[in-house]
Write a protein that binds this ligand. Structure first.
Ligand code: C5P
Length: 235
């Protein structure tokens, strides 16, 4: 998987048919497809089989956050579906993280646990309201370190935090950043964005891209252009 362009394409569609058509179109230029809550809630677990259809690993972005037993059992199901990654909230705590990692390993597939640190939609005031010590960058590093201690190796973080996480966790961490926009692209509702070349230069291993590919006149060309920018960032 690592030899393909490190772009996780967010299949932010309601229906499986739309998601399939778009994924097939851009598959040659991406490395993973990301299935989020909208598609999963609407279509159910069968969406994960899309990965086999298009020949790409599936990043199942369910952001699990529950008691350890429940998360562990959900992880077992995600493994059975054949997902490559499933997201969990690092704030679910050490036991939850440890059991998620152990269960993914014991199921015998290639599922990895990916920890979400601090949602990029939360600012320092929101963190105060929920009783989490900020600023957001410090909270993200703290949560990521804890998850790393419990065996997590994949992390979702904003481009603004990727350099801090890379320096805190070292080269074994796989850092995935959404909020990535080519220099000329519309921002949509993303506020803190980086170009693909900047995100990778700052330490991102993978970028998550949705609308700049999905809504492009030529989605395959848009994905290819992002892949080329990533190569510039790595150089
Ligand atoms: O369209 P866009 O490129 O903004 O899509 C980014 C994808 O990454 C969406 O699926 C969004 O839900 C997801 N995401 C995000 N910010 C986070 C976590 C996930 O934008 N902090």
């Amino acid at each position: 998987m690592e030899t393909r362009p490190p772009i996780a394409y967010a299949l932010d569609f309601k229906s499986l048919d739309e998601a399939r058509a778009s994924a097939l179109r851009v598959a040659p230029a991406i490395g993973m497809i990301k299935v989020g809550l909208e598609l999963f809630v609407h279509e159910g677990p069968k969406v994960v089989a899309l990965g086999r259809e298009v020949g790409l690993p599936v990043f199942l972005d369910l952001k699990l956050h529950d008691i350890p037993e429940t998360v562990e059992r959900a992880v077992a199901q995600a493994s059975g579906l054949g997902a490559r990654l499933v997201t969990v909230h690092a704030s679910g705590g050490r036991t939850m993280l440890k059991r998620a990692v152990a269960r993914a390993a014991s199921e015998g597939g290639d599922l990895a646990i990916c920890a979400v640190t601090v949602l990029t939609s939360l600012d320092d005031g929101d963190l105060r309201d929920i009783g989490m010590a900020g600023p957001a960058n410090d909270a993200a590093v703290r949560l990521a370190r804890m998850a790393f201690d419990e065996g997590v190796r994949w992390f979702v973080c904003s481009p603004a935090e990727v350099a801090s996480l890379r320096s805190a966790l070292g080269k074994d961490a796989v850092l995935v950043t959404p909020g990535v926009r080519p220099a000329n692209a519309a921002l949509g509702d993303q506020k803190r964005v980086a170009t693909p070349e900047q995100a990778v230069a700052d330490g991102a291993s993978w970028v998550v891209v949705g609308r700049p590919i999905r809504d492009a006149e030529d989605p395959l060309a848009a994905a290819r252009a992002i892949g080329e920018k990533i190569m510039v960032g790595r150089a």
